[in-house]
Design a protein around this ligand. Sequence first.
Ligand SMILES: NC(=O)c1ccc[n+]([C@@H]2O[C@H](COP(=O)([O-])OP(=O)(O)OC[C@H]3O[C@@H](n4cnc5c(N)ncnc54)[C@H](OP(=O)(O)O)[C@@H]3O)[C@@H](O)[C@H]2O)c1
Length: 393
Amino acid sequence: MKKLAILGSTGSIGVSTLSVVERFPEQFRVVALAAGKNLSKLKEQVVRFQPEIVSLTSEADAKDLRAQLPNFRGEILWGSRGLNAVATHPDAEMVMAALVGAAGLAPTLSAIRSGKTIALANKEALVISGELMTREARHYGVKILPVDSEHNAIFQALHGYQRRQVKRIILTASGGPFLHRPARELLEVSVEEALKHPTWKMGSKITIDSATLMNKGLEVIEARWLFDLPPEQVSVIIHPQSIVHSMVEYVDGSILAQLGIPDMVIPISYILAYPERLPLNHLPSLDLAAAAQLTFFQPNFDKFPCLRLAYDALRHGGTCPAVVNAANEVAVENFLAGRIRFTDIAELNEQVLCAHVAQLVTDLDVLFEADRWARDRAHAVLKRMQPRAVASA
Ligand SMILES: NC(=O)c1ccc[n+]([C@@H]2O[C@H](COP(=O)([O-])OP(=O)(O)OC[C@H]3O[C@@H](n4cnc5c(N)ncnc54)[C@H](OP(=O)(O)O)[C@@H]3O)[C@@H](O)[C@H]2O)c1
């Protein structure tokens, strides 16, 4: 019986993780759950899974949950202390890191320092702190297992091979909802259009990142750290069907790929049960004849500048990935709130990154300071952008 803690239990990855736990109750037990603001969903999860600790963002919500669950014997915590308690629960062997954005960094590091195996969905945490987090994982002898479907595919395709035999890894990207939209039309696309991902059903932040291709950029940085490869050995190819989840090219020219239907339950279950595989008989088999065509083409870096920016941040190194990530979080939040245009996301990210002087990452405080600086700078840039957004409304 593997005991799990889940950071972000009420989100898309958290809910899919719990669906696997529910399907295989003899193999997994949930001991701790952390949510943000979704009290009603967390309440359902507490009743169903009976964890020992749960956490919410606010004290008021935590007290409300206690009032609604008078018979629940576990602890109900809140804020950063609550996240930390979930991430370090003494009984948890594995922590599913499925918060979104920089909020996941501190609890994921705490989990590593407590010796937990990390099931990593929260890519932003690794993007921000790549060198530091992987160093800590080595120091504490902890495995970081990738949940992100592309990295999970690479992890599977690397199985049994030496890193020195790898020529490059090839991350596939669906291209998002605007793949075939002319660049000039991107200026006016709506939030609703950007939230309509053609192949995956996910949380709103990653869905917008997929539309700008920033998601693929963040994944390039994530891959650099997960697989210890320089940026030149991490390439991206557009594959609209999302059936080939990513590939590894070996030095002899052989390419190994992992294929499957686009359902996050597959990579999640692979990581939860690793190195076993769970029988997911409820899912349909991939029908390649029905898919008929698998197509691939080069990404357009001019139309989707966020992908180029992520490579730039990685090459500049130091605090640059943390800065571009923070700027992007501010940009996406403001796009979702209808305050800026879709194309402003890349512009804001570029302006913040260009203004940053990379610092060496000596400790976590340097990263927090870079994150704070980038958010301040992004808000300053936003002030100059808002009149244009209002004018276009
Ligand atoms: N969804 C996917 O298919 C997918 C695929 C690959 C990778 N990922 C990555 O996995 C991560 C999670 O994605 P998602 O799509 O599951 O996101 P999501 O649906 O937006 O869920 C995010 C979760 O984090 C919680 N949360 C957010 N901010 C928080 C804070 N400050 N403190 C405490 N909890 C907070 C939310 O709580 P409340 O809802 O209760 O507020 C929710 O449980 C992201 O890094 C994403 O890039 C997702």
